[in-house]
Design a protein around this ligand. Structure first.
Ligand code: CDP
Ligand code: ZN
Length: 168
């Protein structure tokens, strides 16, 4: 039988509100990629909710709180920070604790933009940020069928689930 004692699951969820006006200095960023749409998100960081959800999932699997605790949104040093830097720090934490990622599954929940034209680009970016092969990373998208705040195009959300394995 497989020894599952070292296996840890984590879930992350993040939401950001769209800005009223598109700000070309703050383009929509998902999974480390700039999305060429006239959309901006309100955020202290670069607003990359895919990376925020992935960070939270990894922190959750390690049972060490959440991204807001580790990277407070009133920290002036983190204003406009590239979320890939936050993910890198979370991965360093995991490394220190001798955890390695087994797989990651991401669901973007958005009425807009349509993710499918960018899916491959987001996936390869995620794979390289997470140092994982493509058979260990998935990214999918769903609308909410025009229901609720996402359906009204007020913002977008992302869920992430990760599995970690401890070598300790
Ligand atoms: O219920 P189901 O997820 O099939 O329908 P939907 O929410 O309308 O999404 C249909 C397809 O559109 C999904 O399978 C996604 O691949 C894609 N999609 C997308 O590319 N971008 C979004 N923001 C939402 C959905
Ligand atoms: Zn966020």
């Amino acid at each position: 039988m497989t020894n599952v004692d070292g296996i840890r699951i984590g879930h992350g969820f993040d939401v950001h509100r769209f800005s009223e006006q598109f700000d070309s200095d703050k383009p929509l960023k998902l999974a480390g990629c700039v999305i060429p749409e006239q959309l901006s998100l309100i955020a202290h960081s670069d607003g990359d909710l895919v990376l925020h959800a992935v960070c939270d999932a990894i922190l959750g699997a390690m049972a060490v709180g959440d991204i807001g605790e580790h990277f407070p949104d009133d920290d002036v040093a983190l204003a406009g920070v590239d979320s890939a830097v936050l993910l890198e720090r979370v991965l360093q934490m995991a490394d220190k604790k001798q955890y390695r990622l087994i797989n990651v599954d991401v669901t973007v929940v958005a009425q807009v933009p349509k993710i499918s034209p960018y899916r491959q680009e987001l996936l390869s970016s995620l794979c390289s940020l997470l140092l994982l092969d493509s058979d260990r990373v998935n990214l999918k998208a769903s609308t909410t069928e025009q229901l609720g705040y996402i359906g009204r195009e007020e913002g977008m959300a992302c869920h992430a689930v990760v599995l970690l394995h401890s070598n300790a």
